[in-house]
Ligand binder design. Structure first.
Ligand code: APR
Ligand code: PHB
Length: 390
């Protein structure tokens, strides 16, 4: 098999790039290890920067997002029994975010690939990257007993944190930065009316909590839990009771509870791999970087990688200009590290650290007091939350 760009990973990063390049007449093949049903069964976050939403529209996949997604112009921070609102619209010069589940977004991308008869190969086992330092790399995968070879110009490693691509870069070349937080998030999805029209990030001595939504009949809630906790130890009732304890009384009184339709614990980690290019291999999304979900940057950071790669590939194939490809790693990492900083700041501000000393807790309090007493601080928060320019 022959193609221009072989993309490993059929998650939002890989599918988005495949769709954007196809619209520019650039041929791609996407290799996904799992089935489509499996990929779409994953519950992930759902806050889209305005730049990402714009990229979805450019990829002709924004119609359902614009119809069913919610525009949010602010969110709440609950602390010390009260709530303070972060006015994104006011402090970002009129911008906002779109609240739309990653699962739905990925479904839209798959349907768009189908519509254009894009090549997405599922259940591709044992994907191997070959000759990535040569001008003619290739990829092999196993389909049953047969080994299939795909010749290409470029390989995109969009295969997530546990993929094969990053591990194809020699350890002598790859530099990895990691920070693991001493807690996780227990998340519940429930067919209940959201407790608030806007997201509530709650800081509480018992731990962080988040009230989010997928629609007006589908809510998503999270509470901070120790890493040693097991999801089986948490009944729905225990979850709802703990969530109520961490919210201001007037909010927890409004909370509508119900059976969980999804419940899982996700560890919190920050991770960056450099460089994001090695020969003809380009890493994108979770394959190169992970953030704790507190800042809602995971998907949005992946999207900025795709934005840079898309424009670099088009310049290369249309104008023979490889400057975008040559500067991709530096450009993508510059924005990735800003998302890392923001996610670390939000996590440090709003979580309860088991080993914190009184001085640290005083600083957290002061950071919140400063935030809501300073327009400059709220402008900084707002511009990072709605999305820094690409
Ligand atoms: N071969 C083929 N496919 C693979 C392989 C492999 N060896 N390893 C992993 N994959 C597939 C996974 O099954 C997954 O569907 O690559 C895909 C990677 O998708 P994601 O993990 O969703 O990563 P990405 O597309 O970069 O999206 C980043 O996902 O985890 C969230 O918070 C994160 O929102 C961010 C987004
Ligand atoms: C979510 O809706 O799942 C969500 C929203 C905001 C976050 C993290 C997760 O910061």
């Amino acid at each position: 098999m022959q193609t221009r760009v072989c993309i490993i990973g059929g998650g939002p990063s890989g599918l988005m790039l495949s769709q954007l390049l196809h619209l520019q007449g650039i041929d791609t093949v996407v290799l996904e290890r799992q089935s489509r049903e499996y990929v779409l069964s994953r519950i992930r976050a759902g806050v889209l920067e305005h730049g990402f939403a714009q990229l979805m529209r450019e990829a002709r996949c924004g119609e359902r997002m614009d119809r069913e997604g919610e525009i949010h112009e602010g969110f709440q921070i609950a602390h010390d029994g009260k709530m303070d609102r972060v006015d994104l619209h006011k402090y970002s010069g009129g911008s906002s975010v779109v609240v739309y589940g990653q699962t739905e977004l990925t479904r839209d991308l798959y349907e768009a690939r189908d519509l254009m008869k894009g090549v997405v190969i599922h259940n591709a086992d044992d994907v191997q990257l070959r000759d990535i330092k040569s001008v003619k790399p290739y990829v092999t995968y196993r389909a049953g007993d047969e080994i299939v070879r795909i010749d290409c110009d470029f390989i995109i490693g969009a295969d997530g944190f546990h993929g094969v691509s990053r591990n194809s870069i020699p350890k002598t070349v790859l530099k990895e930065y990691e920070k693991v937080y001493p807690f996780g998030w227990l998340g519940v999805l429930s067919r209940t009316k959201p407790v608030s029209p806007e997201l509530i990030y709650a800081k509480h001595e018992r731990g962080f909590a988040l009230c989010s939504l997928r629609s007006q009949v589908l809510s998503r809630y999270y509470i901070q839990v120790p890493l040693s906790d097991k999801v089986e130890e948490w009944s729905d009732e225990a979850f709802w009771n703990e969530l109520k304890r961490r919210l201001p009384p007037d909010v927890s009184e409004q909370l509508i509870t119900g059976p969980s339709i999804e419940k899982s614990i996700a560890p919190l980690r920050s991770f960056v791999a450099e460089p994001m290019r090695y020969g003809q291999l380009f890493l994108a999304g979770d394959a190169a970087h992970i953030v704790p979900p507190t800042g809602a940057r995971g998907l949005n950071s992946a999207a900025s990688d795709i934005y840079y790669l898309y424009h670099a590939m088009v310049a290369h194939y249309k104008n023979g200009d490889s400057s975008g490809l040559d500067s991709y790693s530096a450009k993508a990492l510059a924005r990735v590290w800003k998302a890392q900083r923001f996610s670390w700041w939000m996590t440090t501000l709003l979580h309860t650290f088991p080993d914190s000393i009184e001085y640290d807790r005083q600083l957290q309090q002061t950071e919140l007091a400063y935030l809501f007493s300073s327009d400059a601080a709220q402008r900084s928060l707002a511009e990072n939350y709605v999305g820094l320019p690409f």
